[in-house]
Design a protein around this ligand. Structure first.
Ligand code: PGA
Length: 248
């Protein structure tokens, strides 16, 4: 049995006032077998970590640099996130891959840096709409998986998030069959490369997950949770998704 994970990605949203959104989650949730992760902007990692201490809510960063220290103005290392109280970090989100030209090799280096700093890396993959239309989805996903995951990855140190780019922030989601196809493919590839460890790695689906569609998505085989953007900003919505995961 894989521990489920509901992960929220606030992206570039949230100033101090947003921290209060998490208070309700601390009280309402905590069922065994379901982990809750919130990834606020880096400016809030320290304060949110203090605020959720002793609760089931964990805190993560949204990106890290591959180096531990150095002359990289504006960047944040995995070690710094860990020092600020984070337990996880998202790497390779499609917005980072697009806005900052991050390659699979860079994502792999960041994943290695995260593992070295005792952070769980949430490694994101996903095809564009043009790639799906061209029938290249599994080839793209396979290439990203192979290139972004280091050989040192284990079920304890890495979580994979499948996020079709065309479903992010659009309100559109793949069909359940399409999600099942990609997650089944990812599971087979992970087992082929990592054996039993690959079978234990968590696979999240991300892209326009909301309370109304969460239950049906969580019923898809090999979906072990979700990476949630917009709907993670409000406790009521994120709470609805966590509840669906607890009941899945
Ligand atoms: P969304 O974003 O839930 O707003 O579609 C998901 C993500 O980018 O992680």
């Amino acid at each position: 049995m894989r521990t489920k994970l509901a992960a929220g990605n606030w992206k570039m949203n949230g100033i101090s006032a947003a921290l209060a959104e998490i208070d309700a989650l601390k009280i309402d949730f905590g069922a065994p077998g379901v982990e809750i992760l919130v990834c606020p902007p880096a400016t809030l990692v320290d304060r949110l970590s203090q605020r959720v201490q002793g609760s089931p809510v964990m805190v993560g960063g949204q990106d890290c640099h591959e180096n531990e220290t150095g002359a990289h103005t504006g960047d944040i290392s995995a070690r710094m996130l860990h020092d600020a109280g984070a337990s996880h970090v998202i790497v390779g989100h499609s917005e980072r891959r697009a806005d900052h030209h991050e390659t699979d090799a860079m994502v792999r280096a960041k994943t290695e840096a995260a593992i070295a700093a005792d952070l769980v890396a949430v490694v994101c993959l996903g095809e564009s709409e043009a790639e799906r239309d061209a029938g290249e989805t599994l080839a793209v996903i396979g290439r990203q998986l192979a290139g972004s995951l280091p050989d040192s990855a284990t079920a304890a140190t890495v979580v994979i998030a499948y996020e079709p780019i065309w479903a992010i922030g659009t309100g559109r989601t793949p069909t359940l069959d399409q999600i099942a196809e990609v997650h089944g493919y990812l599971r087979a590839e992970l087992v082929r490369r990592f054996g039993a460890e690959g079978d234990a790695m968590r696979l999240l689906y991300g892209g326009s997950v909301k309370p109304a569609n969460a239950a049906e998505i969580f019923a898809v085989p090999d979906v072990d949770g979700a990476l949630v953007g917009g709907a993670s900003l409000k406790a009521a919505d994120f709470g609805g998704i966590i509840r669906a995961l607890e009941q899945a």
